[in-house]
Write a protein that binds this ligand. Sequence first.
Ligand code: SF4
Length: 327
Amino acid sequence: MDEPAYRARQVLKWVWGKEICDFDLMTNVSKALRAKLAETYSFNLPEVRKAEQSSDGTIKFLMSMADQKTAESVLIPAEDHYTQCVSTQIGCPMGCLFCSTGRMGFDRNLSSGEIAGQILSARKYLRENNYPLPLNNLVLMGMGEPLLNWEQVKKALSIFRDPDGLNFSRRKITLSTVGVKKSLRELGESNLVFLAVSLHAPNQGLRRSIMPGAASYEFNELISDLEKYPLAHRDRVTIEYVMLKGINDSLSHARELVKVLSKVKCKINLLRYNPDHSSDFKCSSEENIFVFQDFLRSRGFTVMLRKSMGADIHAACGQLKSAATEN
Ligand code: SF4
């Protein structure tokens, strides 16, 4: 718009820093420029079309974009804050068989504004409904594979991290991916966020059978890239592993996992599978999960068994989908 660069930063501060989505209220911007901005741009925050609350306090939003396409986003409560699980695509082309988003197919990428806008919309909802906890942490683990929409996700991450923007520190943001080679390298170089990798199998054959879209990044190549992934001294990659009964949860799978991860600086998150009526997968038994966990621990790994939140409102891991596919 032939304006000096500092003007852009002023607007950025209003929108993302102060959460003001009205040009008229941007008082340090000249009236003439405010009018020009209002003629050229409009604010289309994702609109909360539906909000459901779980018995454990998790809140699931169905958010509608300007073109009426919808994506889900989830607030997970902790003692003193919420973590928001943010979506990056409508649907997902990866087609993981145990995931509701994967089964709905792919519609489109979300723009950086639609990705970051989910945070403004969630904060607005919390304010207007007098929820006391702040939204302090972000995980890019909602609908979609973030690294397949890397250009938009990268822009959204810069809004998350900018001190004049949403101002989240790196430690407060985790991006979860099944792995996309080129963007994974760029993500590592960017040092913008923590990395979580949805591995879910200890070898290429099994992984391909349950995560067909992820198979193009060959398993051994992915592991070797994770071994070289740039990490600060105390940082580790999180390996996500969903426990699927009779599929990936035997002791021999645990042994294989120990072997392949031996040189990856990582911690392991085991996830209880959240069953869905449209899938044949079942969650491993509690006993099986503990045996699996104990084995990994006995081999020196830090292993967490992640608490599943929001399953009663289909807000848990692997359960998100669009309105068009509900019921
Ligand atoms: S698990 Fe993640 S990558 Fe796989 S289909 Fe679901 S959203 Fe996509």
